[in-house]
Design a protein around this ligand. Structure first.
Ligand SMILES: N[C@@H](CCC(=O)N[C@@H](CS)C(=O)NCC(=O)O)C(=O)O
Length: 222
């Protein structure tokens, strides 16, 4: 019996989606996945068919046979476990590595992305047109990222991991609101430049980011 294909529900404007798209490209498994576009700015995530898949109406969602994963960080771990063999950069060979990667994925999910989403929600609901007063909580999480990157070469490990991919998708979005200056966040700035030089970065992250920038520019001055 053939293995069922994976299906990714996505819209590349979303940072968690872009983290997953980066990982799919990094793992070289694009041809193993079917891509279903869900237009976030046209309410595609609220359509009855999609709500049956994810009643939380968020993307990304990955389906693989009977498995439905409704969080990008869970998806990233699953992609590594499924596609990164032992010895691969993205492989998770032991408990310590898993703990370190998972820790930074939780940082992205619980802090960095949440603070981004909070301000973006206010902007897109038309509650604010100037985010300046709402930026300190975001800056605080970038301070935390600076602290983490002072301790290791990449965010979780001394080599690239899916945590870096998830975090750069969020950080590049935050950079639209809070420019990542080298004098304030030297390690974050350096790591960000390195991430932007990845061969798959532009196609998997910049395209969606620029689309988001265009929509954002209709709401606030950026
Ligand atoms: N923790 C989730 C967050 C996903 C999320 O909030 N996605 C946003 C787009 S960036 C979304 O789908 N929002 C639509 C909604 O909340 O209705 C993940 O990492 O996948």
């Amino acid at each position: 019996m053939s293995t069922p294909s994976m299906v990714l529900y996505y819209d590349e404007v979303s940072p968690p989606v872009r983290g997953v798209l980066l990982a799919i490209a990094a793992l070289g498994v694009k041809d193993r996945i079917k891509f279903e576009y869900i237009n976030l700015f046209d309410g595609g995530h609220l359509a009855a068919d999609f709500l049956k898949i994810n009643p939380l109406h968020t993307i990304p969602v990955l389906r693989h046979g009977d498995l439905t994963l409704i969080d990008s960080h869970a998806i990233l771990m699953y992609l590594c476990d499924t596609f990164a063999p032992a010895g691969d950069t993205f492989g998770i060979p032991d408990t310590l590595t898993r703990a370190k990667v998972f820790n930074m994925l939780c940082f992205n999910n619980g802090h960095l992305f949440q603070r981004d989403a909070e301000v973006m929600r206010k902007i897109f609901r038309g509650e604010i047109t100037d985010p300046t007063n709402h930026l300190p909580p975001i800056e605080e999480t970038i301070d935390a990222l600076e602290h983490f990157l002072q301790k290791s070469r990449y965010t979780a490990l001394d080599h690239l991991s899916v945590a870096d991919l998830a975090i750069v998708a969020t950080l590049s979005t935050l950079n639209l609101l809070v420019p990542i200056e080298a004098n304030r966040w030297p390690r974050v700035h350096e790591w960000f430049k390195e991430m932007q030089a990845l061969p798959y970065y532009n196609e998997q992250n910049s395209v969606g980011l620029e689309k988001l920038r265009g929509i954002l520019a209709t709401r606030i001055k950026i």
